[in-house]
Design a protein around this ligand. Structure first.
Ligand code: C2E
Ligand code: MG
Ligand code: MG
Ligand code: MG
Length: 284
């Protein structure tokens, strides 16, 4: 490893970085620019109570409207952003848009939370707590109306630090969910210590729930475990009615997926919500 003291900041040059092609480096420079130039956009997907048909939250997903490559999905730039240290400014942009939408929903008297995905790297920034507090204050919304979604891996890099950040977020009042649950290696003992209120069962188990005994066994085990730990369960990737019905029979009532809506531009969320409420609350 070679340490360089450029710009007064010590950076660690790792062997991994040798694999960065000039393409990827150019993409990173462009992403830094994209954040300030307004090329990022948020999409949103509703999370539904499949029993009552109420919309509980809208989860926001970042997209990059690249000037020449078109609309890029997170898979095409997020990991690189994490590795290159651009994720925190991106997260701050996302949070600002998300909290601004919370204010819009509040003004429209729509009771619906906003869920935001945050990266493991974000938990290394102490300022995250203050900047969230400032946003809630600026937009006059309650932290309880926000849910933060973290992946299990968020806890691996620096477990004590991640734990203390989660506790601070919890004290602030935001809801916390563990995303992509079942794909990592969380121990149940550890999960019990985390101040999270929900686990999200990964798409890969839910998609095939009605066709695969193994996937329904895993999902069933997660639902039972969550019940024993008093955690909520959210199923992601609900694409078919058979899956919805099976989840309800298994005791999971909260779902999200193409069956209800594909992700769409965040600007249209309030209108979508009003329409949904009109259609779904009509007496049958
Ligand atoms: P995630 O948080 O687990 O989000 C679920 C992904 O599944 C989203 O992909 C969503 O569009 C997709 N999806 C939703 N419903 C269905 C369905 O019924 N079937 C299938 N097959 N897929 C469905 P997307 O938007 O490409 O995001 C991928 C991942 O990127 C997210 O996974 C999340 O981990 C990350 N991500 C997205 N936006 C952000 C962000 O603003 N910040 C951070 N740090 N990560 C983000
Ligand atoms: Mg998520
Ligand atoms: Mg997920
Ligand atoms: Mg995911």
């Amino acid at each position: 490893q070679h340490h360089s003291g450029l710009q007064g900041k010590s950076q660690v040059f790792t062997a991994d970085m040798l694999h960065y092609t000039s393409d990827r480096l150019a993409l990173m420079a462009a992403l830094r620019q994209a954040i300030t130039d307004g090329q990022l956009v948020l999409y949103v997907q509703p999370q539904i109570d499949m029993q009552s048909r109420q919309v509980l939250a809208g989860e926001v997903f970042v997209r990059w409207r690249h000037p020449t490559k078109g609309l890029l999905a997170p898979a095409e730039f997020l990991q690189l952003a994490e590795e290159m240290g651009v994720i925190y400014p991106l997260t701050q942009w996302v949070l600002n848009e998300a909290v601004s939408m919370m204010a819009t929903l509040k003004q429209a008297k729509l009771d619906c939370k906003i869920a935001v995905n945050i990266s493991s790297k974000d938990l290394l920034h102490d300022e995250l707590i203050d900047s969230l507090e400032q946003l809630f204050d600026k937009y006059q919304v309650k932290p309880q109306q926000m849910m933060l979604e973290l992946q299990e891996s968020a806890l691996l890099a620096n477990p004590p630090k991640a734990m203390s950040m989660l506790q601070r977020l919890h004290r602030l009042g935001v809801e916390l969910a563990l995303d992509d649950f079942g794909t990592g290696f969380s121990s149940l003992a550890y999960l019990r210590q985390l101040p999270v209120q929900h686990v999200k069962v990964d798409c890969s188990f839910i998609n095939e729930l009605h066709k695969s005994d193994m996937h329904s066994a895993i999902t069933g085990a997660i639902i039972d475990m969550a019940r024993n730990l008093s955690l909520g369960v959210i199923a992601e990737g609900v694409e078919e009615v058979e899956v919805e019905q099976k989840l309800l029979r298994m005791g999971c009532s909260r779902g999200q997926g193409f069956l209800y809506s594909r992700p769409f531009e965040l600007g249209g969320f309030a209108v979508w919500l009003k329409q949904w409420q009109q259609n779904e609350t009509k007496s049958p």
